[in-house]
Ligand binder design. Sequence first.
Ligand SMILES: C[S@@+](CC[C@H](N)C(=O)[O-])C[C@H]1O[C@@H](n2cnc3c(N)ncnc32)[C@H](O)[C@@H]1O
Length: 221
Amino acid sequence: MAGSISELPAVPIEGHQPMAVGSADHPMRQMTRRAAGLVPDAPWDDAARAEVAAYFDDLAPTWHTRTSPGREAVVADVLERGVPTDLAAADVCVELGSGIGAYTPLLAQRWRRVLAVELAFEMLQRAPAEPGHRVLADGALLPVADGSVDAVVLVNCFLFPLEVDRVLPPDGLLVWVNSSGTHTPIHLSSTDVVTALPGRWEGVASEAGEATWCVVRRSAA
Ligand SMILES: C[S@@+](CC[C@H](N)C(=O)[O-])C[C@H]1O[C@@H](n2cnc3c(N)ncnc32)[C@H](O)[C@@H]1O
């Protein structure tokens, strides 16, 4: 066991529908497990990076059709019930895989500075300049110093466990959201998330509408 997760009650979100049909054989599901180090002998490499960037460059022109009030309500629920209200460190948040910037405004209400990191140029160029600071980079190689960010937020984006471990200080938060729950192509269960991370982690998980999410930090024990 690499950590402990407490399940919070599920909350309904009116009108929230899964927008994806991901399953175990979806190419981005396989890439998700690969990025997380859950596939032996298949590391994230230059070919994987190029494949993923091309995949999301192609989807970028229509990505706005995947935004909805329901999906925003999911992220709002995570921030309300998952992120501790007494956050001592609410300075820098890295939003990895920020896409067209749909959730950056919500994150900017919670952290003073949001660094929105995106691999696909076609996604990045459709995101508004504000709020936040936007950068084209690979989440497997974040352009930030060790232990320098208070939270890494992944809304339907890959988990790179070693990089998350590097950039978060001991009490840093990892926020993991799958907007379409198990139907999300880039889906991991909360158990997979803490299994993939180095060391012991603890936190909370829940369901909001069709979504699944968890918020974890390193275990104090
Ligand atoms: C499924 S989309 C989610 C976009 C947005 N978070 C949302 O939920 O609408 C995944 C996003 O992560 C980006 N992405 C994939 N791999 C990445 C990486 N290694 N580093 C940074 N961004 C990445 C993709 O380009 C894409 O914009």
